[in-house]
Design a binder for this molecule. Structure first.
Ligand code: FEO
Length: 133
């Protein structure tokens, strides 16, 4: 069973962004499979760190693109990326609690799924039109 499925409803219309989104979805699914297989926590943490690292790159890529084409909602979008990162760091840095990987993954997925549908899909038509010029 896949944890997170790509479907065309998630497409932004910007090929590189969609490619990165698909790669992130694959990373989510790989971590989910590892959790189900009871892979040791150190390996899970490394996989989660790689996912977060790729998210950072993805967010930076989107922000650069929005900046280049002067997307009017760049600040709101950037703020949402930042707020999410802060919320995630708070969960991961609580020294008193052992990381519940499945819960972190679900939180991460729910946020990002909604983010694609509400924020990323919004920049799609704008950037697509600008990039054609
Ligand atoms: Fe694809 Fe704004 O994250």
């Amino acid at each position: 069973m896949r944890f997170f499925n790509w479907d065309e409803n998630l497409a932004t219309g910007i090929p590189e962004c969609d490619l990165q989104h698909k790669k992130l979805i694959n990373m989510f699914n790989a971590i989910y499979d590892s959790i189900r297989l009871n892979i040791d926590k150190k390996a899970l943490k490394e996989a989660l760190d790689s996912l977060i690292d790729y998210f950072d790159k993805h967010f930076a890529f989107e922000e650069k693109l929005m900046e280049k084409y002067q997307y009017p909602e760049i600040n709101i979008h950037r703020e949402e990326h930042k707020n999410f990162k802060e919320a995630l760091n708070k969960i991961l840095q609580n020294p008193n609690e052992e990381i519940n990987f499945l819960e972190v993954l679900k939180f991460f997925k729910n946020w990002w799924f909604n983010h694609i549908l509400t924020m990323d899909k919004k920049y799609g038509p704008f950037l697509e039109a600008k990039m054609k010029k």
